[in-house]
Design a protein around this ligand. Structure first.
Ligand SMILES: [Mg+2]
Length: 115
C-alpha cells in the first residue's frame, strides 16, 4: 500500500478538530443553542434528503450534481453540530476508527481476503 496511513490519521485528526471547533464558535455566536437530540434528528433528516436524491437519480431522474452536493453539505454540517452538542471530538473519533479499520483490513489482507 502506497498511502501513508500515519499521515492520513494525523491530517484527519488535526483538520477535523479545527473545522469542528470553528463550526462550534459559529453555531454558538449565530444560532439558537440546540440539544444533541435535535441535531441527531436533523442529521437523520438531512441524510434522508440526500438518500432521496440518490434514489431519484438511481431511478433515472435528472438530478443536478449541485443538489446532491448541497445535501451532502447539510449532512456534514449536521454531523458537526451534533458532535459539538454531544461533546464528541470527531478528529479523534475518526482517527481511532481509521486505526481500527486498518487493523481489520490488514488482518484480512494477510489471509488473502478483502475488507
Ligand atoms: Mg437538506
Amino acid at each position: 500500500m502506497n498511502i501513508d496511513l500515519q499521515n492520513l490519521q494525523t491530517v484527519t485528526e488535526q483538520n477535523l478538530q479545527q473545522v469542528q471547533q470553528l463550526f462550534d464558535e459559529y453555531q454558538r455566536e449565530a444560532f439558537t443553542q440546540r440539544s444533541p437530540e435535535f441535531f441527531c434528528l436533523e442529521l437523520c433528516g438531512e441524510a434522508g434528503e440526500l438518500a432521496n436524491l440518490e434514489k431519484k437519480k438511481w431511478k433515472g431522474k435528472d438530478i443536478q450534481h449541485s443538489a446532491i452536493a448541497d445535501e451532502a453539505a447539510d449532512v456534514m454540517i449536521a454531523l458537526l453540530n451534533y458532535s459539538n452538542a454531544r461533546g464528541i471530538d470527531l478528529g479523534i473519533a475518526v482517527r481511532d476508527k481509521l486505526i481500527r479499520i486498518e487493523e481489520k483490513r490488514s488482518a484480512l489482507a494477510d489471509k488473502g481476503e478483502l475488507y
